[in-house]
Design a binder for this molecule. Structure first.
Ligand SMILES: [Zn+2]
Length: 88
């Protein structure tokens, strides 16, 4: 059975624990939509990185064609109302 070879002193524990603190996340403003985003990451709001569109987003502002095709059937009326509620 494995046992610790030596007792960990309080100073040993505290020296190790000095690296346990979480670091604050630094956010930068997106150059396209001005929303805060992680640095060196694609923007979650508009999906752009360094001036290019790299993410396909389901934003109603970005892509209306996919939503309009789904709205043609009957059960989409409920989803349409929920979508309008989400906007408010
Ligand atoms: Zn953005």
């Amino acid at each position: 059975m494995a046992l610790p070879g030596h007792r960990r002193t309080s100073s040993h524990k505290r020296r190790r624990a000095s690296h346990f603190a979480l670091k604050k996340v630094t956010l930068a403003a997106c150059p396209k939509c001005k929303q805060p985003k992680l640095q060196h990451n694609a923007c979650n709001n508009c999906g752009s990185y360094s001036g290019r569109q790299v993410l396909k987003l389901d934003n109603p502002l970005e892509k209306k064609t996919t939503k309009t095709t789904t709205k043609s059937t009957k059960p989409t009326k409920a989803s349409k109302t929920t979508a309008s509620k989400k906007k408010k």
